[in-house]
Design a protein around this ligand. Sequence first.
Ligand code: HEC
Length: 224
Amino acid sequence: MNKIFIGALMTIVLGAGTATIVAASGLIDIGADVPHSPLIYKALEFGRERSIARRAAGLNVPEDLGSPERVRRGAGNYEAMCINCHLAPDMPDSEIRKGLYPTPRNLATQAKTMETSRSPARDFWIIKHGIKSSGMPAWSKGGMDDEAIWDLAAFVQQLPGLSKADYEQLVAASDGHAHSGAGHHGDGHDEHESPPAASPPPKPVVSPTAAHRHDDHGHGAHKH
Ligand code: HEC
């Protein structure tokens, strides 16, 4: 019994020691342009999914999640905050997405065909809390309230079925970039929100494909 215990302890100490030496040696390439080995990638992915599943399990998904109102409201925030990393229908790959590791999912095309099933609760949790060391921000820290985050979760569930025209129409019909979801408009809860207005000023609709032009920065020779 004692021998087994000592053996287990030695294994742990040796393992931790080796890990420390490897880390201290600087041999691990922290650069985002060098992928993890497949084994490390799988291990990190496994831990990420377990962590999210555990935390998303207790969430109450709003009954009206599929309502056109939520999807409409989510569209404006998606356009304002997400397309650089997660793209939009018919949008070419972005510079930032190409450089991020892990690569953010193309939420405009992949949601229904991905290996990890994307439940609304999982999407909500990820959007609210973000994912450490990945580039996915915790949007709640920027001031998004839960209702607005559910609106985004509702929208990203519908996104893969949308054509470019559908997408642009939804963005145009949305309230643009708003931090509060249903029932909170203009009640002063959110200092970041634009002032209440009977008819909100029309937001210019930026076509996702035209959202980022290299010519704007004066290096037009570099085209995608
Ligand atoms: C700066 C880049 C960036 C922005 C902006 C960003 N994300 Fe992400 N997002 C990521 C990255 C990177 C991941 C993948 C993290 C991982 O795999 O560990 C991710 C993961 C996700 C996932 C999980 C996808 C999956 O199934 O694995 C969802 C859903 C998501 N983001 C939604 C959003 C929404 C909605 C917005 C806008 C409010 C947004 N993200 C803005 C980088 C970004």
